[in-house]
Design a protein around this ligand. Structure first.
Ligand code: PMV
Length: 399
């Protein structure tokens, strides 16, 4: 008899939709249940399989990628402290690739941005650069791949801390690889997307591309103090290569429910990340001490998740928010949502992602969902959704 193992299920369902679109179920081909992916494998064991296998039929290929949520540790993770991130399997970006007419070039249609362009006319745009670098990596810059139509769509709010850019990039990489009959490991996908993230916001930690490529809850820590190795990136000599990070699956011993509330304020990651860097350069000892406190919270959060002690997780998340305020990346809108969630009975609450806008998360007991969601909306949330983080226990050898 096969051993029954607990599995991870992260399902996000809109509670209220003051703005934005509900999840696009059509992009969910390849979700865990449909693929039978063994979810409790070590990341290393799972490297030859994509968590969301792309489809490729008669000149048409499509693939999707999940949104993500940073549970704790953002910003400090850029400076070598650990962070914990979760994939949001039901909120996805999708890419479709079809063969274009001969001589048409590589045409991109970003539906949500209402933008169409030819890669040849926009060689320095981040998505064009990603496409070129993926084709270069796949060594496919020949006549067979010079005429493509790539359509991108996403239900992930842009610039909101949910990994929209990394998810779009991951879907493109997966769809292109499928179109060329290649299977890339999550590690290869993550590396290609990391280069794209570097072009977008300079010094990304790598947590977004990693959690999205592996599509499972992770503990992520850059090597050393977050330093860089001198060397060439996988496929772009202009980009520095980071030292390999520590990536481990996170045990989740007891299910937890999170509410995700969107301030509706769009904030490009590079701005708060750049501001934190300036502040850290001006006062390194002060910021190093704050990052150490964040790191200690993340370590405690991992232990609490492993022991299923959800009530203890709440205060840790709220403490993380206080530290993010002191680091300088919260905003009046985010603070108002955190205060409202806690006043309505959330076990803990914090901003999630780069800050200055975007989303916050609240840990809630099942009997408080409706009350906390109503309080969040009352306090200005443009959209509130619920995510159930279910059990996850990797193979014993994994940790
Ligand atoms: O806002 P997002 O989803 O791009 O998350 C950024 C997370 C940071 O820790 C602030 C930056 C990083 O690269 O890790």
């Amino acid at each position: 008899m096969p051993r029954q193992r607990p599995s991870t299920r992260l399902r996000s369902e809109p509670i209220r939709q003051a703005s934005g679109r509900p999840g696009d179920q059509s992009t969910r081909r390849g979700d865990d249940e449909e693929t039978g992916r063994p979810e409790d494998q070590d990341l290393a064991e799972n490297q030859t399989r994509s968590p969301s296998p792309p489809l490729s039929v008669a000149g048409q290929s499509s693939a999707s990628a999940a949104a993500k949520l940073i549970l704790c540790g953002e910003h400090a993770v850029v400076y070598g402290r650990p962070a914990i991130a979760l994939p949001l399997a039901s909120i996805r970006a999708r890419a479709d690739v079809i063969d274009g007419p001969s001589g048409s070039g590589i045409a991109v249609h970003a539906r949500d941005l209402r933008r169409r362009w030819l890669v040849a006319n926009d060689p320095h745009g981040p998505i064009s650069q990603l496409i070129s670098s993926v084709l270069r990596y796949l060594q496919a810059q020949d006549t067979a791949t010079s005429d493509l139509r790539i359509t991108i769509s996403s239900t992930i709010p842009i610039a909101s801390g949910m990994g929209s850019g990394a998810a779009v990039a991951t879907a493109i990489v997966r769809a292109l690889a499928a179109h060329l009959g290649r299977q890339l490991s999550p590690e290869e996908i993550s590396t290609l997307v990391y280069a794209s993230e570097q072009r977008f916001h300079g010094t990304p930690s790598g947590i977004d591309n990693t959690v999205i490529a592996y599509e499972q809850p992770i503990w992520f820590q850059r090597a050393g103090d977050g330093g860089w190795a001198v060397g060439e990136s996988l496929n772009d000599p202009a980009l520095p290569t980071p030292l390999p990070p520590t990536i481990k699956p996170i045990v989740i011993a007891s299910p937890l429910d999170l509410l995700i509330a969107d301030t509706g304020v769009r904030s490009a990651t590079r701005q708060p990340v750049g501001e934190v860097r300036r502040r850290w350069q001006a006062e390194p000892a002060h910021y190093e001490a704050l990052f150490n406190q964040v790191g200690a919270i993340v370590t405690q959060a991992r232990d609490v998740l492993e022991h299923g002690d959800i009530a203890t997780l709440g205060p840790l998340l709220s403490q993380n928010h206080t530290l993010l305020q002191r680091i300088g990346v919260s905003s009046p809108e985010l603070d108002a949502l955190v205060v409202a969630a806690l006043a309505a009975g959330a076990l803990g609450a914090k901003l999630s992602g780069a800050g200055w806008g975007g989303v916050m998360l609240a840990l809630v007991a099942p009997d408080r969902h409706v009350r906390v969601a109503a309080a969040l909306e009352q306090a200005g949330a443009k959209r509130v959704s619920k995510t159930a983080v279910n059990l996850f226990r990797p193979a014993p050898s994994a940790l």
